[in-house]
Ligand binder design. Structure first.
Ligand code: F6P
Length: 342
């Protein structure tokens, strides 16, 4: 059996650990031959492959990024030819099937290709932890650790100057990174897309923390929208206060918090630092286990399925289970954290 492996969508710590585990188990236990596919679906569409042996994956579990490269190419868009073109390319290189490691968009393409006859096994990946078919996705724990470390640092400088510190973390649609890093770092306010708050509510929590002698820490997901001002976000040029858009929501909140509370406030946007560097031990183990089970799924010909974490077990689920609704933060989880705001 000859299998191509690709990584697609935004990168994520742990991708290399998955690739390593698939290749190690696939070659030693099942005698599978592997090729790496460069830059996600682009590499499949263009036939950009290279041999992937035990040698190429040596020592990779601790290495961030992806040795395969990644892109957000959709094989069905433009003149890429969809499943027909991919089938032709794979046949030409005598490749029997693909392991696609990616998030929602990647798995949606994998699902469609699979229905169109391409043999695909999936591995879920996202630092946002927003895929509902898996309890946790690798990359998330690393991102939370990076964000927590950054907030611990923001707190000491905030304390020294008696400033309010606003930290913006990733999470376009869901607030898992903000929730977990906010709890871990003892934030006084956590703002997530699932729970709209008004600037008045945020300012009241900041004032209360300040009055208790604390340097207030506000953690905000990039996808958070202020209550009552949602329409303002549809205007591309202006922010919710009719000013030219500066950047992220953190930059929007900081001056308003300062204006209302009188507490000097600074914003930090953590950005792609959360996705870079070495995976945490938890993510290395999770990614490795997913890779090992993906190799098993190949020999079982479990096409159209992805491997996923349920409780402490790795299971196989159909692609369709991972699509549609996102894994959002339930209200009770937010309320647990809010009980600590004071
Ligand atoms: O989906 C993961 C994610 O990290 C989001 O949290 C973030 O909004 C996005 O990717 C950033 O994407 P890009 O790297 O394309 O700017």
């Amino acid at each position: 059996m000859k299998i191509g492996i690709l990584t697609s969508g935004g990168d994520c710590p742990g991708l290399n650990a998955v690739i390593r585990a698939i290749v190690l188990k696939g070659t030693s236990a099942y005698d599978i031959e592997f090729v790496g596919i460069r830059d996600g679906w682009r590499g499949v569409v263009e036939g950009d492959f290279f041999p992937l042996t035990r040698h190429e994956v040596k020592g990779l579990s601790k290495v961030g990024g992806t040795i395969l490269g990644t892109s957000r190419t959709n094989p069905y868009e433009g003149d890429r030819g969809g499943a027909e073109n991919i089938a032709k390319t794979l046949y030409g290189h005598r490749i029997d099937g693909i392991v696609a490691i990616g998030g929602e968009g990647t798995l949606a393409a994998a699902d469609r290709l699979s229905k169109d006859g391409i043999k695909v096994v999936g591995v879920p990946k996202t630092i946002d932890n927003d895929l509902r078919a898996t309890d946790y996705s690798f990359g998330f724990d690393t991102a939370v650790n990076i964000a927590t470390d950054a907030m611990d640092r923001l707190r000491t400088t905030g304390d020294s100057h008696q400033r309010c510190m606003v930290a913006e973390v990733m999470g376009r649609h869901v607030g898992w990174i903000a929730l977990h890093s906010g709890i871990a770092s003892g934030a006084h306010v956590i703002c997530i897309p699932e729970v709209p708050l008004s600037i008045t509510e945020i300012a009241a929590l900041v004032t209360s923390a300040h009055d208790r002698g604390r340097a207030p820490l506000v953690v905000v997901s990039e996808g958070f929208k202020l209550k009552g001002m949602e329409e303002a976000y549809s205007d591309k040029g202006l922010d919710a206060f009719n000013r030219p858009r500066l950047g992220g929501i953190g930059d929007l909140l900081a001056p308003e918090i300062e204006r209302i509370t009188g507490v000097e406030t600074r914003a930090t946007i953590l950005g792609h630092i959360q996705r870079g560097g070495s995976p945490s031990a938890f993510d290395r183990v999770l990614a490795t286990r997913l890779g090992l089970h993906a190799a098993d799924a190949l020999v079982s010909e479990a096409w159209g399925h992805m491997v996923a974490l349920r409780g402490t077990d790795i299971v196989r689920v159909p692609f369709s289970d991972a699509l549609g609704e996102l894994n959002t933060v339930p209200l009770y989880r937010y309320e647990e954290a809010a009980a600590l705001f004071g």
